[in-house]
Design a protein around this ligand. Structure first.
Ligand code: SAM
Ligand code: SF4
Length: 492
């Protein structure tokens, strides 16, 4: 099992989820089925895809057997993510046999990685589309209607889909993902993302703020700003832009945080701009990179109550030699220094992480450094993976994947067990405290209980109180916990 504690950014329970939206007026008589795998960015991209096709009159369906167009938005991060997609395609094959006019498309990272090869390998696939080519989907579908296969895997240095208002799919109307950048310029040696998602680019800060404001006006109360490395966000208005020109929001050239926007907006500035939309809008973000997270970002988090005290800070390994081979560009001491800075500047802040076990040539002793890093930080949550060699990555080219599978598994089991203890330890420490919780809805287990998240991202369960509804904040006195959930009662 890769995942210990699910949260909204890496939600195992949402893998393969089909996305359905309300019809938006014109209908072309065709139905779209779209399901997504992988990280939150992919789920967010599916909302962009649905928005582009809704404009062309497609309605969505949650049943692929009734669909005219079936899309699968894929993940390449580990081999098992790709195997899952291949197996799913087999299930679509018989539906296509019954309905030969059905268009089957593969989107996202696997499409980008395999390109036209996908059409040879999987005969039922008609369209292969990379993450920067979604605007081309209506043309590509037309091409298939005309009897051809279609591929567009061009990566872009500019595309951020900033002007596309994503339709919120399967939304609870309370939490939304907002993509603030695309791609990644870090070349972590194990990682396929720079190859599948292209160069890093930041989205127009005003379009981000406008989207968050619109979400707030629609009743949303929490946004999660998404990027592979949010700390390297940087955006500057075009110099030629005069008032009222350019983006819809160009009229707001004066920064909401004071002064003219002559300087580029960095991540700390963007966080502040979004926090200022309303004190009732919670702001979360993911993912932070240890090499780039600055004291300025931490000070901004500390300054605003509505920026949540929760940082996802992937360590990958606690050993400096392995970190160097991974090309993470920080070492064990640097990482610990960033954790110390979080504790010093924000104080009570939850920290989660990603860890890879059994990276090329990792010894037991080096693995122990990861274990002692866990002891040092006492992470609130962790996502833990066995190293999976990805074709084309720097590690695949340079290093042998030489840690035996049983050793990778043993190390993974050890850290999963350890993390369970630390998650429990962190949650137990909240007992007797009062947490501000945003009610998200009824608990999955009982309609007599509400569930919601604390500022620090812990799931909290408490009895329904008729005076409060989903989307409202309540103070909950924490009475007990499991290793994954807090339980308590509302206090006035
Ligand atoms: N950009 C983020 C970062 O730098 O941490 C996360 C990117 S990735 C979608 C999420 C996690 O998958 C990584 O942090 C890493 O732990 C894991 N991962 C990436 N490539 C992997 C591989 N080849 N084998 C095992 N785990 C991998
Ligand atoms: Fe992959 Fe590293 Fe970029 Fe994260 S920062 S997406 S792990 S290359």
């Amino acid at each position: 099992m890769d995942l210990l504690i699910p949260d909204k950014v890496h939600d195992e329970s949402r893998q393969g989820e089909a996305l359905v939206l309300e019809p938006v007026g014109k209908h072309n008589g065709r139905k779209l089925y779209i399901e997504s795998y992988g990280c939150a960015m992919n789920f967010s991209d599916s909302e962009i895809v649905a928005s582009i096709l809704a404009e062309k009159g497609f309605e969505t369906t949650s049943d692929f057997k009734n669909a005219d167009v079936v899309f699968i938005n894929t993940c390449s991060i580990r081999e098992n993510a790709e195997t899952r997609v291949r197996n799913r395609l087999k299930e679509f094959a018989w539906a296509k046999a019954k309905n030969p006019g059905m268009v089957v498309g593969v989107l996202g990272c696997m499409a980008e990685r395999l390109k036209a090869k996908f059409l040879e390998e999987e005969k039922l696939v008609d369209v292969v589309v990379g993450p920067d080519a979604y605007r081309d989907l209506p043309n590509l579908i037309e091409q298939v209607d005309g009897g051809q296969k279609a591929v567009n895997v061009l990566l872009s240095r500019e595309e951020t889909y900033a002007d596309i208002n994503p339709v919120r799919l399967n939304s609870n109307g309370i939490n939304a993902f907002v993509s603030i950048m695309r791609g990644c310029d870090n070349m972590c040696s194990f990682c396929v993302v720079p190859f599948t998602r292209g160069r890093e680019r930041s989205r127009d800060a005003y379009s981000v703020v406008a989207e968050c404001r619109a979400l707030f006006d629609q009743g949303y109360r929490e946004v999660t700003l998404l990027g592979q490395n949010v700390d390297s966000y940087k955006w500057k208005p075009l110099p030629a832009l005069s008032e009222g020109e350019g983006s819809d929001n160009a009229v707001q050239k004066v920064s909401p945080i004071g002064g003219d926007l002559e300087e580029a907006v960095n991540f700390a500035n963007l966080l502040e701009m979004v926090a200022l939309v309303s004190p009732d809008l919670r702001v979360r973000f993911s993912t932070s990179h240890p090499k780039d997270i600055t004291d300025e970002v931490l000070e901004t988090i500390a300054k605003y109550d509505n920026i949540c005290n929760y940082i996802h800070l992937p360590v990958q390994s606690g050993n400096s030699r392995i970190l160097d081979m991974m090309n993470r560009t920080y070492d064990r001491e640097w990482y610990m220094n960033r954790v110390d800075a979080i504790r010093r500047i924000i104080g009570d802040c939850a920290i989660s992480t990603d860890i890879i076990t059994g990276f090329c040539s990792e010894t037991d002793k080096e693995h122990d450094d990861t274990v002692t890093m866990m002891d040092y930080v006492k992470y609130d949550y962790a996502y833990m993976f066995k190293y999976s060699e990805r074709p084309g990555t720097l590690a695949a080219k340079r290093y042998a994947d030489d840690v035996p599978e049983d050793v990778k598994q043993r190390r993974l089991t050890q850290i999963v067990d350890k993390q369970r203890e630390y998650s429990f330890y962190r949650l137990q420490a909240r007992i007797g405290k009062v947490e501000k919780v945003l009610i998200e809805g009824l608990s999955k287990k009982s309609d007599k209980d509400y569930c919601g998240r604390s500022d620090q991202n812990a799931m909290v369960i408490f009895p329904v109180n008729e005076n409060y509804k989903p989307g409202q904040y309540v103070n909950v006195l924490i009475e007990r916990s499991t290793s994954a959930t807090l339980m308590g009662k509302i206090i006035d």
